[in-house]
Design a binder for this molecule. Structure first.
Ligand code: BG6
Length: 521
């Protein structure tokens, strides 16, 4: 995990082999992230990038395409000298796992290149491909001995979500990968762990002594995890129709947030200890029966609407979406974690597309004060105590609490202590992949998902998938694009006497009179 950049060391010599180099992920994220690392001088001195494509292409052709992508997707102005140096390391090799002999040839060409470039035998295979290519490519890498580590030479395999589409397929993928490589060699990327604000949850909890004593069922009433998006499904219709909001976001991104918030303190800050605690807490999510899953979930589809100036088409009329599709574009769930720390503390999770705003946050709601001193003030007129971890677009941490309104009368109002990253740190805009790619090269897998936590995540959501499949359209809500999601999602909390947090910026302003309760003195 990234240290202070001033202290970051260059990784050892290696080859960075990108499968699917002509695709979107390579152009949009991987190469711009390599560029950002190059501009910080954080790539190995002896380094080569090998783009593997199914159809042969010249080095120049590949370099030109990557440079075009870099200009389009770079997060900072492109320095031509840095770009030229990086692209000079790029070689294109054609290989197709379905063509006999293809990977033997790839291996030979890599060996030759590595001796020319003096990049040694260390290799990072980055599978920037559609998920259905994970198995055939890794099978061929395994069959040709290209994942074998020997005499200090390492071989690593990087893949990116989705890791399966349900518990069974996730297990099958893990079984397959673990036949060709050791767990230590596999880097499963969840791009949420590349976000500084997400990594900071660990620091917030474990580098500060004051939170741990109150981080439990005695003081925390419940936890809300919200990932709201403005974008609809756009051109990803066929992927999305087969996926839906739950598969796309819950067992991966939202569970990363959940596990960081809810895990026990690891004994050490190393990959084994951190990943073990994360897997442990996911395993402790209480399994629900199908009936409970229906009771504790809300799913919805967006209908035509407007988000700002943009007109959004009805989900069911979007290209590549079946007219009878029951795929959800919104989901809200209530989960509980069956362990000593969290027994009885609900975790409410929600995510959806085509909503009124982009917002990703974790809101930790503390229990109400007993009000002994302020008895004349009705409980529901006081502001709630939340610790809010803002991931996007607000990157920061806020604490909401009550304060006395200045003046002769004893009035109370909710106020907020607000830390914003941008006020304290000067971070250069990044793709979010720099830390992840750098960590793959230095062999630190703290920020990557282990097989057991992938499976624990799917296990926890499987009852919802099963229940919805059987319920078909029953219980599938609709919501207008540009709204806050289905109203039923509010009821999920309301019936427990709770409500979703309303961000202060969108809460009514000026302060409503009833929140300024006079309590006399
Ligand atoms: C991806 C999903 O993994 O995450 C997308 O496939 C989603 O559907 C995206 O839009 C959200 O990521 P972020 O970083 O914008 O919250």
């Amino acid at each position: 995990m990234a240290d202070d950049p001033a202290q970051q060391k260059k990784p050892e010599a290696c080859s960075f082999v990108i499968f699917g180099v002509t695709g979107d992920l390579a152009h949009r994220l991987v190469v711009p992230a390599l560029y950002n690392l190059a501009s910080k001088d954080l790539l190995p001195d002896d380094f080569c990038v090998v783009g593997v494509a199914r159809k042969a292409m010249s080095n120049d052709e590949l370099r030109t395409g990557l440079l075009r992508g870099l200009h389009e997707f770079a997060t900072r102005p492109v320095d031509d000298a840095v770009a030229r140096r990086l692209l000079a390391c790029v070689t294109c090799i054609a290989a197709d796992p379905n063509v006999p002999g293809s990977f033997e040839n790839l291996d030979k060409q890599l060996d030759r290149l590595e001796s020319e470039r003096k990049s040694g035998g260390n290799r990072l295979y980055y599978l920037a491909t559609p998920p259905n290519a994970f198995a055939p490519i890794s099978r061929e890498l395994g069959r040709c001995g290209m994942l074998r580590e020997h005499d200090g030479v390492w071989r690593r395999l990087v893949i990116e979500k989705p890791f399966g589409t349900d518990l069974l397929s996730a297990k099958a993928l893990n079984d397959h990968l673990l036949k060709v490589a050791d767990e230590q060699q596999i880097y499963r990327i969840d791009h949420y762990l590349g976000k500084e604000t997400v990594q900071n949850i660990l620091v917030l909890r474990f580098a500060n002594g004051m939170f741990e004593p109150i981080w439990n069922r005695n003081h925390i009433d419940h936890v809300q995890i919200t990932v709201e998006e403005k974008l609809g499904v756009g051109h990803r219709g066929s992927f999305y129709d087969a996926t839906g909001a739950l598969r796309d976001m819950l067992p991966n991104h939202l569970f990363q947030l959940l596990s960081l918030v809810a895990m026990e303190p690891p004994a050490r800050f190393d990959a084994h200890a951190v990943r073990t605690e994360k897997a442990e807490v996911l395993t402790a999510i209480q399994m629900q029966s199908e009936a409970e899953a229906l009771q504790n979930s809300v799913r919805g589809q967006y209908t035509r609407g407007r988000i700002g100036e943009v007109e959004v088409e009805d989900f069911l009329k979007t290209d590549d979406i079946g007219p009878d599709s029951t795929t959800e574009t919104y989901v809200a769930l209530k989960l509980t974690i069956d362990n000593w720390r969290w027994a009885g503390v609900p975790f409410y999770l929600r995510t959806g597309k085509a909503l009124s705003a982009k917002r990703t946050e974790v809101a930790i709601k503390f229990k109400q004060a007993p009000f002994a001193m302020f008895r004349p003030t009705p409980v529901d007129h006081l502001s709630q105590n939340y610790l809010v971890i803002g991931i996007e677009p607000i990157e920061g941490i806020a604490l909401q609490f009550n304060a006395k309104v200045p003046g002769p009368a004893f009035a109370i109002d909710g106020v907020e202590m607000d830390f914003r990253y941008r006020d304290f740190f000067k971070a250069e805009p990044s793709t979010g992949y720099e830390t992840l790619i750098y960590d793959c090269m230095i062999g630190d897998n703290i920020l990557f998902q282990r097989a057991d936590s992938v499976e624990a995540g799917w296990r926890a959501v499987q009852p919802f998938l099963d229940a919805w499949k059987n319920a078909a359209r029953n219980g599938l809500e609709s919501y207008r694009a540009g709204s806050g999601g289905p109203e039923k999602a509010d009821e999920l909390l309301k019936r427990d006497g709770r409500a979703w947090r309303v961000p202060v910026s969108t809460a009514a302003a000026p302060v409503p009179a009833q929140r300024m309760q006079q309590i006399g003195h």
